[in-house]
Design a protein around this ligand. Structure first.
Ligand SMILES: [Fe+2]
Length: 242
């Protein structure tokens, strides 16, 4: 079946206003390579209706060993440079934390970059399930944070475990889907699940999870899709309350 495209609403992301998940610090982890790419992504996001961006670099124990103080410095640099090129866009710093062997230690320090000091954006390994997810999320909640699980539609093992997904929702875990999932950027299975989860009322936040130019181009494409535009108009997400 042909997907209908329309260009009637060039700023369709105004329904969200804020993007809660991006990798826009130049040269940091697997995010944008340089300032030019960051600016190009930010300009495109703004053109599509985003006015507030949470920059959420990876915090992992093994692969991306970012340090909160270094990341704060780099974020300040980006903001200074951004001011020369783009106006009317608000940038805020947070992080995307991988639930791995070192996470509990990090949690003890409470030196975490949460969205508005409230919502902690976390991700799982894409390869293997982890035991005790519910207990760990409870621990995070006990520290005073709300948990946002990034892109649940992208974990194949998790999507085969509807009981666990149900338990996480009952436990008050917020879910954030990737906007480009709705355009098939991560494959047809992830796309199908993203739409299903929105229909179930499970998805509380949307984010681009933008890492560079090919994500930027996929974002432009999905924003033109009428099915995605309808989804934004029909459902309420918490992005615009931030
Ligand atoms: Fe991410």
């Amino acid at each position: 079946m042909f997907e209908l495209f329309t260009k009637k609403e060039p700023n369709i992301l105004k329904y969200l206003n804020a993007d809660v998940h991006t990798h826009l610090l130049p040269g940091v982890d697997d995010g944008v390579k340089d300032l030019e790419t960051a600016l190009s992504c930010i300009n495109e996001m703004k053109r599509n209706g985003i006015n507030k961006i949470y920059v959420t670099p990876h915090f992992q124990t093994h692969r991306f060993k970012n340090d909160e103080d270094d990341i704060k410095y780099r974020f300040d640099e980006l903001q200074k440079q951004l001011g020369e090129y783009v106006s009317d866009i608000e940038l805020q710093l947070a992080g995307e934390y991988l639930i791995d062997s070192g996470f509990e230690e990090r949690l003890k320090t409470k030196n975490l970059l949460a969205i508005n000091d409230k919502y902690l954006l976390v991700e799982f390994s894409f390869n293997q399930s982890m035991l005790g997810m519910e207990e760990l999320f409870f621990e995070i909640q006990m520290k005073g944070y709300e948990v946002i699980l990034a892109h649940p539609e992208r974990y194949h093992y998790l999507n085969q475990d509807s009981k666990l997904l149900n338990n996480l929702k009952e436990q008050g875990v917020y879910f954030q889907s990737n906007i480009m999932s709705f355009g098939g950027f991560y494959g047809s299975e992830s796309m199908k699940r993203a739409y299903q989860y929105v229909d179930k009322g499970w998805i509380n936040f949307l984010g681009t999870d933008i890492h560079g130019k090919k994500y930027r181009d996929a974002l432009v494409d999905v924003c033109k899709k009428s099915k995605f535009q309808k989804l934004l108009k029909k459902n309420t997400f918490l992005n615009n309350q931030l």
